[in-house]
Design a protein around this ligand. Structure first.
Ligand SMILES: [Zn+2]
Length: 340
């Protein structure tokens, strides 16, 4: 163990040598590499978590730089996938950590493959549909997860421990859960950092074995209006909950994965997934698109194709982002025009 690197954390008695060892034996899955994901990932990697897996479906854009702390202008200029850019920066920060990156959607199919190997999942997604999938995965594979969301100057966080706390589904109709709607109110960085601080603190407590110190409450705040609320929710656990109850059926694992086409939260963008997982030959695709007129730009992870007011970005895993529209029918017609 590099004593100097972690010396201040070792001095913190609640962690100490024993906690540090536990942390270094841990594997955390960070779902999403936007503002929340980059914040939590950086804290955990600096703290010396053993393995960190991070997944994200998107690439870095200039509008991310105001709050997504691992990215630089060169990532936006090169349209580097967030998971790839995050891994690069994280491994520069701490080369002792095994950092794994996946450019993919967080659907039930993907999470089923990743979750059984991890000790903890951190929610850094931007939509409630995915959180309910994470919640069911957490119950099915007995892996705790930490909910986090923010919009504007507001943030919320809550940790779900299977078999112990109410799950997200238990709380759905009982307490106001912010972040349930698409973000069109903008976001300021301090709200992000506050949620990250709550999530990462619970993560450190859990991973270092300090379970008595866990908050056990749902916390929400507004850093602009100066409100702060903690809700004790332990009595809201429902024995008939479809996700964590006596006869749990994990309903969100069996729904169509995020529909095949979906409008991305708060953006003028539609994502289209192919019916089955494919591995797209990006070079061949770039060559085909360059014969269609329009501007083709490619890197080793994606191909961007601009024509008129629309821009389409094709990923290796078969997904396409259609920018410049939030109309699914129009996005599909563009998709089929170029991919048949
Ligand atoms: Zn439940």
């Amino acid at each position: 163990m590099d004593q100097d690197r972690y010396s201040r954390q070792l001095l913190f008695r609640k962690i100490g040598e024993e906690g540090q060892r536990r942390l270094m034996d841990s594997h955390v899955l960070v779902i999403g590499a936007g503002a929340l994901g980059t914040g939590s990932a950086e804290i955990l990697v600096r703290a010396g978590v053993g393995t960190l897996t991070i997944l994200d479906r998107d690439y870095v854009e200039y509008s991310n730089l105001q709050r997504q702390q691992l990215y630089a202008e060169s990532d936006a200029k090169g349209r580097i996938p967030k998971a790839v850019a995050a891994r690069q920066r994280l491994s520069e920060i701490n080369s002792e950590v095994d950092i794994r990156a996946h450019v993919m959607d967080a659907t039930a199919e993907e999470l089923r493959e990743l979750a059984p190997d991890v000790d903890l999942m951190i929610d850094a997604t931007d939509n409630f549909e995915t959180r309910l999938v994470i919640n069911d995965i957490s119950q099915k594979y007995n892996v705790p997860w930490i909910y986090g969301a923010c919009v504007g100057s507001y943030g919320i966080s809550y940790m779900v421990i299977p078999g112990k706390t109410p799950c997200l589904n238990c709380l759905l109709n009982s307490v106001p859960l912010g972040g349930a709607t698409c973000d069109t109110a903008g976001i300021i960085a301090p709200a992000v950092h506050m949620v990250v601080a709550y999530q990462a603190a619970e993560a450190l407590k859990w991973l270092t074995g300090n379970h008595d110190a866990l908050r056990g409450e749902l916390v929400s705040f507004d850093v602009w209006t100066n409100q702060h609320t903690s809700i004790r929710v332990n009595r809201l656990k429902r024995s008939d909950c479809p996700s964590c109850g006596d006869r749990a059926a994990y309903p969100y694992l069996f729904q169509q994965p995020l529909s095949k086409a979906a409008v991305l939260c708060g953006r003028d963008t539609v994502q289209i997934r192919p019916p089955h997982r494919v591995e797209r030959d990006l070079e061949q695709l770039a060559a085909m698109l360059s014969m269609q007129g329009g501007l083709v730009e490619a890197n080793s992870f994606l191909v961007s194709f601009s024509l008129g007011e629309h821009r389409m970005v094709f990923f290796r895993d078969g997904r396409v982002l259609v920018h410049g529209t939030s109309d699914i029918a129009q996005a599909k017609s563009l998709y089929h025009r170029y991919l048949g």
